[in-house]
Write a protein that binds this ligand. Structure first.
Ligand code: SF4
Ligand code: SF4
Length: 120
């Protein structure tokens, strides 16, 4: 079980990132979040979301989902390199645990205002 993201609905509001940071660190610690919203500087209204999972990165973009397997020498590439600075330490973050200790369930699902995130 995991989460799925419809990047076409995403507005880049970062509520998921703040909610996950709160789950991880009992505060709005964006660097503790395992989900990151990003936007490109080149394209207007282009939003995406990256989720750190145990063995892979889920990269949801308007044109589709990419699943990037993480290997020992793996480095984040597109679009993580183009993402804002908060995406750069993505590989160092905890993997998504589906908010298993939260009574309300996955925080990113609960707080996304446009229902772009749902349980898979
Ligand atoms: S399900 Fe929980 S741990 Fe996973 S990305 Fe969403 S808020 Fe973070
Ligand atoms: S909370 Fe929803 S709309 Fe906001 S950045 Fe996350 S996925 Fe996008």
């Amino acid at each position: 079980m995991g989460i799925k993201i419809d990047a076409l609905k995403c507005t880049g509001c970062m509520a998921c990132e703040m909610a996950c940071g709160y789950h991880r660190d009992d505060g709005f610690a964006l660097l503790a979040s395992c989900i990151v919203a990003y936007r490109t500087r080149e394209k207007k209204d282009y939003f995406g979301v990256i989720v750190k999972e145990e063995d892979e990165l889920l990269i949801a973009r308007p044109e589709g989902l990419e699943v990037k397997k993480l290997g020992a020498s793996e480095e984040p590439s597109e679009p993580a390199q183009k993402a804002d600075a908060s995406a750069k330490p993505m590989l160092l973050r905890e993997a998504c645990d589906m908010c298993e200790d939260m009574e309300v369930g996955p925080m990113c699902v609960k707080f996304c205002p446009v229902n772009a995130i749902s349980p898979a």
